[in-house]
Design a protein around this ligand. Structure first.
Ligand SMILES: C[S@@+](CC[C@H](N)C(=O)[O-])C[C@H]1O[C@@H](n2cnc3c(N)ncnc32)[C@H](O)[C@@H]1O
Length: 288
């Protein structure tokens, strides 16, 4: 990917879902990302701000990717929670891999205390993000480090070091909504790079279940997701097996400490009537 035509469209789509979710009337179902609407383009902004347009947008998204809207809200809450737990427990660096329009560096700025934040992304998406950040005049984004990298090149170690990320410092990595777009080799190389960080460092990432790639697809909504992502030019490429995840991570130098599937994530959406997608989970693993 290079140039604006090559930036990630799914990054803006994910932020649009958070922006729409931030306007939920029920506070229990509301997405906490109140900055997302400033980071998306005009079409999405109108689509999330104007109630009838928002209803149409959500109907379209749910038709194409059933359960994604609820999943994204639960995921935002889950990652916020784990991020703050980790920084309160001593993580001094926050590295957001495939950051897209992630707003945590600005939205949670006070709660993150003196932790240094780095946003790591493909050069084209990173350039788009920095442009969008001009819409957050009060955000002290000059305290955020930006690192350009392509996970496909196998140079994550060097890119992080060149960007000022210190491997000796306890670090929390967030890797949200990215692994399905990468090959298994790219996912594994990134996990191994994380395992080379200081003891106690951790990573929170979500992944699709590997069997969603089986044909016929065992999940009723699975094939719709494949079609939806392929239409955006960002096809799904890989998944992981929750049954063997702990061993898989151990082989890459990480210890699985939590794995939250749809049932566990539902706790973030008490009383929700919309379904949550059935083949994605969020793992939390630590450098032992
Ligand atoms: C669906 S977006 C998720 C963005 C953000 N984490 C979120 O949840 O809103 C996927 C992100 O992965 C990044 N990405 C995908 N493939 C990549 C690659 N090979 N190298 C670097 N970044 C990549 C995209 O640039 C984009 O920011």
């Amino acid at each position: 990917m290079d140039g604006d035509s090559q930036r990630s469209r799914t990054a803006e789509g994910a932020a649009a879902l958070r922006a729409a979710g931030a306007r939920e009337r029920d506070p229990a179902l509301r997405n906490p990302d109140n900055l997302a609407e400033h980071l998306i383009g005009l079409r999405y902004r109108l689509g999330t701000r104007i109630p009838p347009m928002r209803a149409v947008l959500l109907w379209q998204i749910e038709r194409r990717m059933p359960g994604l809207y609820s999943y994204v809200t639960a995921r935002t809450k889950h990652l916020d929670e784990l991020l703050l737990t980790e920084t309160r427990s001593g993580a001094k660096q926050v590295v957001i891999l495939g950051a897209g329009a992630d707003s945590r560096a600005y939205r949670l700025s006070d709660a993150l205390g003196d932790a240094q934040v780095f946003e790591v992304d493909h050069p084209a998406t990173g350039a788009w993000k920095r442009e969008r950040l001009r819409n957050l005049p009060d955000a002290h984004w000059d305290r955020v480090g930006f690192v350009a990298v392509d996970f496909g090149t196998g140079t994550l170690d060097d890119a992080l070091a060149d960007g000022g990320v210190d491997r000796a410092v306890p670090t929390v990595f967030l890797w949200e909504g990215v692994t399905p777009y990468l090959t298994s080799a790219e996912v594994d190389a990134t996990l191994s790079a994380i395992a080379r960080f200081a003891t106690g460092s951790s990573v929170v990432f979500d992944y699709w279940y590997r069997d969603v790639f089986d044909r016929p697809c065992p999940y009723p909504e699975g094939e719709k997701f494949f079609r939806g992502l392929a239409a955006r030019g960002e096809p799904a490429r890989s998944g992981l097996d929750p049954a063997t995840l702990a061993d898989h991570l151990a082989e890459r130098g990480l210890r699985l400490i939590d794995n939250a599937g749809p049932r566990e994530l539902a706790r973030h959406l008490p009383g929700a009537r919309r379904p949550i997608m059935s083949f994605s989970a969020i793992a939390h693993a630590r450098v032992p």
